[in-house]
Design a protein around this ligand. Structure first.
Ligand code: SF4
Ligand code: SF4
Length: 395
């Protein structure tokens, strides 16, 4: 496996330290994904947290109260078009069912935790069922909480870590008790000074939770690469992201599903880069129109420069997988012939030879690709290796 690298970054791009709330959009747009059954009709009144879509494994709830006013085509974080249910906001936040919060997380049993994970269909950021993960990791000694943000200029999880520090520590401590885990390690990049200071200031009251620092290397936000870097056997630890922990807190303590999330709007094409707390289903076009000053001639890349996708931001909607958007001028780089320098295979963290794979039908290696963008980043001939390895047609 190649050594991980530090990416070149423009350190002049700084996101405002305050989170801006954008929680009252006129409309929200909820994707009607394949295999999901729609449970509401046009003109029907809906309430916050009402289940509006369902499939065999999952349910999707409404993030606002209002009325269903139709359907339209929107764009998801990965650039894919999706038919979406349009809900007009009545700004009353009327709940479908008002569930009481728990006073404490201290008295939850392992069986009860599993039951909540199963009934509420809770998945982590890697799209794994937390019911399965907790059941499997019942004899684990260490909990690793990954607070490493990979994409340059996207800082949503860093902000989440310090904004909800009390909730996050309460949830980590409760999980350790329920799963009988002795130690927890919160992993931050050594350049994330704000979080390091915040957590070191309060960790005295949590002696079994420690801060671990890692260098600013691209891809340490990925579970396998982080654990390899820390020389930890993945079978012996439970690994969760900071967002997984905050989601668990909302589901278990507040008895709520996630209806809001933090997203970063940044890049050298933005005059006022900021982090927003937005409703799930918000149209990014509305958010940008009301809050962001863009430079001329910039394009929008959802989920970051390295692994993201160029999208039409006016049609992009906020889903749980959207971490942020970066606006930049896309440089005109004409692809030229491969000079066989071998840099793409040297840098690939998955031991793929992207140049070779372009000329073969071998699907096993293609499936190994984690879409990290490093081969594109390094290629002196400006070849879109990443897209081609994954079989995407960008022509
Ligand atoms: S995008 Fe895929 S092929 Fe390219 S470096 Fe990353 S893992 Fe390797
Ligand atoms: S990095 Fe680009 S030029 Fe070099 S071998 Fe790979 S595809 Fe060819």
């Amino acid at each position: 496996m190649s050594s991980l690298i530090t990416l070149n970054k423009d350190y002049n791009i700084k996101v405002s330290s305050n989170i801006n709330n954008y929680l009252n959009p006129d409309y929200v747009y909820i994707p009607i994904l394949k295999d999901y059954k729609l449970l509401v009709k046009n003109k029907e009144i809906v309430r916050k947290e009402q289940v509006i879509l369902i499939n065999k494994e999952n349910t999707i709830t409404c993030p606002i109260s209002g009325v269903v006013v139709g359907m339209t085509d929107c764009v998801l974080y990965n650039g894919i078009k999706s038919r979406c249910l349009v809900i007009e906001n009545d700004f009353k936040e009327r709940m479908f069912k008002r569930n009481a919060s728990r006073k404490t997380l201290n008295n939850i049993s392992f069986e009860e935790l599993l039951e909540i994970m199963k009934n509420k269909h809770v998945y982590n950021d890697n799209n794994e069922s937390l019911y399965d993960l907790f059941k499997e990791k019942v004899n684990t000694n260490t909990l690793i909480i990954n607070c490493v943000e990979d994409e340059p200029y996207i800082v949503s999880e860093e902000f989440e870590a310090r904004t909800y520090i009390n909730e996050i520590l309460e949830m980590i401590s409760a999980l350790m008790g329920i799963l009988n885990i002795k130690n927890a390690k919160l992993v931050f990049k050594n350049i994330d000074r704000d979080n390091i200071e915040c957590y070191n200031n309060v960790l005295g009251t949590y002696p079994n939770i420690k801060v671990v620092l890692v260098p600013d290397l691209y891809l340490l936000g990925k579970r396998n690469l982080l654990l390899k870097h820390l020389s930890i056997d993945s079978n012996k630890v439970l690994h969760l992201n900071i967002h997984d922990i905050y989601k668990l807190y909302n589901i278990i303590k507040r008895n709520r599903s996630i209806s809001e999330k933090l997203i970063t709007v940044s890049g050298d094409g933005v005059i006022n880069p900021q982090v927003f707390n937005v409703k799930i289903g918000t149209n990014i076009g509305d958010l940008v129109k009301d809050n962001i000053k863009l430079k001329d001639g910039v394009s929008c890349i959802s989920n970051g420069l390295m692994a993201g996708t160029i999208v039409d931001y006016k049609k992009l909607i906020v889903t749980e997988n959207l971490q942020g958007i970066v606006f930049t001028k896309i440089k005109e780089c004409n692809e030229i012939k491969c000079i066989k320098c071998g840099k793409c295979s040297e840098i690939c963290p998955m031991n793929i030879n992207p140049e070779e794979i372009l000329h073969s039908d071998e699907s096993k290696n293609r499936e190994k690709c984690i879409n990290c963008g490093l081969c594109n980043y390094i290629c002196p001939s400006y070849i879109d290796l990443c897209g081609k390895v994954r079989g995407e047609d960008h022509e």
